[in-house]
Design a protein around this ligand. Sequence first.
Ligand code: ADE
Length: 227
Amino acid sequence: MRIDIITIFPEIFESPFSYSIIKRAKEKGIVDIHFHQLRDYSTNKHKNVDDYPYGGGAGMVMMIEPIAACIDALKDERNYDEIIYTSPDGELLNQKVSNQISTFENIIILCGHYKGVDERVRQYYITREISIGNYVLSGGELAAIVLCDSIIRIIPGVLNDETSALSDSFQNNLLAPPVYTRPANFKEMIVPDILLSGNDNEIMKWRYEKALERTKHSRPDMYNESD
Ligand code: ADE
């Protein structure tokens, strides 16, 4: 999968994309991430990418010209499955959305700033808007990082044990069951016997029941969807 990220702050991505699962996915060649500094597409001598809003009001608006130039240059090179704009107005990110996007070959993610982008970018260039939650971030970069992480980790071959992504919370509309590791007894806090029994069938049943219980308790909204 190829991901092209358009941003005025490519440096924000350096650390989150240099460790753990994303690092491994890049090293294995499963994901190829490219950053595009939006200012490089500005024709303005100060490399501005924003301007005052027509009609007045507070805040600046990201201009269409540099964004269009960048997206057009990318589209000249290859076809894209989706051109995503990270925005609090977008559809809420959930596991189903991540699963779907993870099957794509090429995507662009545009990170917004200030008061947002000129509406014509959204009308004519963006194919999908995604929000990571009902709160406003200072920019789209953090949302793009969350989106990329959730997509990349489920691409087949990224995790060593492929079943481990499938058993994550949310993949079947249930939270994951509790997990334990050694010691079996820590200051009289005891690991459930069933997990030490070696009976795989019973363990599977126990995990399913616990997943239901946990979902019902912590996320009744999800529990009702899982019927
Ligand atoms: N940009 C600012 N806030 C955001 C959010 N909640 N989700 C996605 N992008 C954003």
